[in-house]
Structures are given as structure tokens and as C-alpha cells.
Design a protein around this ligand. Structure first.
Ligand code: SF4
Length: 347
């Protein structure tokens, strides 16, 4: 398996003119000092020694935070020139950034090409114009189609981020967004359930009772179907759910940071564990016959080492599920590294 490392550079988008209802960037940037190109150099220099000798295939410098290409072009160039210097010395392999679909045009892409950028991730969130409007995104699906076409035309690698459970969203709209994502042919994708954070319009809507966040279970159910669509099209899903380190401190009810009982620190494992359970169960149903035998039938369920924890499930929930629902079986779980990720075999 290819080993890949990202050096994340968080560039808050001070002065972002948009008002996405879920975003607490304005509150964050008000509390944080500006990031300078020297800081970028410092971050890369701090990371590089920790990455050597680990047999990595690629190292990427990735500009996250606000919307990188919404910064004035001179500022973009100042940041990119530092990353480009490390790329030209062969110390990193790729330059990556996240941005908005409406911050993509030929001038911006010419500049990114000049500095040797490789990957552009678009915060698409939804392909439904009603959801985009209710989320205060300030762009439409048409902007997404235009940006994706331009990014492909320039030959950059495309990434797409989608959110689940925004105001006005539904399972059908999420599935539509996933199918449209497949049509846009990104190589990577991220899936983020909407989390209610303090200092956001969504938090006010939540408190006023006009926004009802998904429960973790609902979010898993929808995300699982989106995951199947994207993974089935060969798209590399590089993130599912926020990590605790993505959250900035607050006084939420779920954890220290979030409100509304959607957030789960192991959200990806919940989604992949559910997919594993469904896939394994389909195979068990095909082989298990009602039997008069007194002896329990022995079966082994295999996955590769990477997917083993998904096979067992979060807090061993899949193991318990199978033990309770298939008492006629004696089940063993084992590793078979010849299997691809998220592929399970019953024998
Ligand atoms: S999500 Fe991005 S575009 Fe929207 S308000 Fe936050 S920083 Fe601005």
C-alpha cells in the first residue's frame, strides 16, 4: 500500500466575505495571529525530520483553513513560493490546497500552475442549490460544474468535499450529490457530517429550534450510502468525519466542543464498520442454512490488517451482532492481507 504524508498548513481566511452557516472561521481567525510565509517554512522544517526514514511514497504540503485561492494572488504566491522551493529540492512531492468553487478562474489556475501546485480540493458541500442557499454558501452547483471542468482542463488533481445534514438536506439530496461527485471524476473526496459549533449561525438556529442536527446514527446511515457510491467509483475517500483536532474549544454538550449529538470521534470507523457488517451479513446469509445439526458450524471471516478493526466494529459491535444473531455459528475473525481494503471473505 502506498504511504502518504501530509504537512498541513492552516491558513485562516481572514476577511472571508462569505457567511456559511456552519463555519466558525471568523471567530477562530479573530483569536489567531496571521500566518506568514516564514511560518509556512517553519511548519515544513518542523515536519520534514519527523517524516524521514518512514518509507513514504509521497509527501504533500497542503494549505487548509479558509479558501486558499480567495486570498489576494500575491499572498497566494508568497505561500506557494515556499512550498515550490521545497518541491524543487525534492523534499516534498506535491502541493495541495482547499478552496471554494467560485474562487476558481483561469488567472488563479495559471498562478497555481506556475508554482507547481498539484491538487485542488473544492468545498462543494452539496450539489443541491436549495441546500447551498440554506447553508449560506454564496455559490451554486453551476459554479461547481464550471470549477471542476476548469481544474480538469488544467490537469490538476481534483478533490471534492461534501457535507451531510446541512439545513434542508435529505438522504436523497446527499445521494444525488454523491452521484454528481462521481460524474465530476475527482480522485479524492472527503465526507463531513454537519457539526454544530459555537460562534456559528447554525448554533443560533439550533438554539432557536429551527435546525435539528442529525443523530450520529442518522449521519452514519446517510454517510455509509454516500461512501458506497464514491468508493464504488474508485474515488479515494481520504476523510470521513471531523477529527477532534479539527475542533476548536468551546463548551458543547457532546464533548468539549460540539453541540447536537452528531459528532463522534471515531465516525469513520462507525461508517466503515457498518459497511463491513452489511457485507459480511450478505455472505453469511448466502452460506448459512437452517440446520438440524447439534454441532455449531465453524466459519472464519477474513479481512486485511488495515480493515480488521472495521470487521470487528467499533467497540466490537459487529462481533457481538454476529454472535447474537447467528447463534448456530462458531465465528472466528482472521487476517488475510491478500484481500483489498474493506473487502471481507467468509469461509
Ligand atoms: S466555510 Fe470557508 S467560505 Fe464559508 S465562511 Fe467559512 S471560510 Fe468563508
Amino acid at each position: 500500500m502506498k504511504k502518504h504524508a501530509i504537512i498541513p498548513v492552516f491558513i485562516p481566511h481572514r476577511g472571508c466575505p462569505n457567511d456559511c452557516v456552519f463555519c466558525n472561521q471568523k471567530a477562530i481567525t479573530a483569536r489567531q495571529p496571521d500566518v506568514t510565509p516564514d511560518d509556512v517554512r517553519g511548519i515544513i522544517e518542523t515536519y520534514l525530520p519527523t517524516l524521514s526514514g518512514r518509507g513514504l511514497d509521497t509527501i504533500e504540503v497542503a494549505f487548509f483553513g479558509g479558501s486558499f485561492t480567495g486570498l489576494p494572488i500575491e499572498e497566494q504566491s508568497a505561500f506557494l513560493s515556499v512550498a515550490a522551493e521545497y518541491k524543487s529540492k525534492g523534499l516534498i512531492d506535491k502541493i495541495h490546497m482547499s478552496t471554494r468553487p467560485d474562487y476558481i478562474d483561469t488567472e488563479i489556475l495559471d498562478n497555481l500552475r506556475f508554482w507547481g501546485a498539484d491538487t485542488i480540493e473544492l468545498g462543494v458541500q452539496s450539489f443541491d442549490d436549495g441546500v447551498l442557499a440554506a447553508a449560506g454558501r454564496g455559490h451554486t452547483a453551476e459554479d461547481v460544474y464550471r470549477a471542476c471542468a476548469l481544474i480538469h482542463e488544467y490537469g490538476f488533481e481534483l478533490g471534492i468535499q461534501l457535507m451531510i445534514g446541512l439545513p434542508g438536506d435529505s438522504l436523497e439530496k446527499c445521494l444525488y450529490s454523491s452521484r454528481e461527485t462521481v460524474r465530476m471524476k475527482p480522485s479524492i473526496a472527503r465526507l463531513y457530517p454537519t457539526i454544530v459549533l459555537e460562534d456559528t449561525a447554525l448554533f443560533e438556529m439550533y438554539r432557536a429550534g429551527t435546525y435539528h442536527p442529525l443523530t450520529t446514527e442518522e449521519a452514519v446511515t446517510i454517510t455509509k450510502e454516500m461512501y458506497r457510491i464514491l468508493a464504488g467509483a474508485g474515488i479515494n475517500i481520504i476523510r470521513v468525519g471531523l477529527k477532534s483536532t479539527d475542533l476548536i474549544s468551546g463548551s458543547g454538550e457532546d464533548s468539549d466542543q460540539t453541540w447536537g449529538h452528531t459528532y463522534h470521534p471515531a465516525f469513520r470507523q462507525l461508517v466503515e464498520g457498518e459497511i463491513a457488517r452489511e457485507d459480511i451479513e450478505a455472505q453469511l446469509r448466502a452460506v448459512v442454512q437452517p440446520s438440524a445439526d447439534k454441532e455449531k458450524r465453524r466459519l472464519t471471516i477474513f479481512s486485511n490488517g488495515v480493515s480488521f478493526s472495521n470487521m470487528i466494529g467499533n467497540s466490537a459491535c459487529n462481533r457481538r451482532y454476529f454472535e447474537e444473531n447467528y447463534p448456530q455459528l462458531s465465528l472466528r475473525f482472521a487476517v488475510d492481507d491478500s484481500l483489498p481494503d474493506m473487502t471481507f471473505r467468509v469461509s
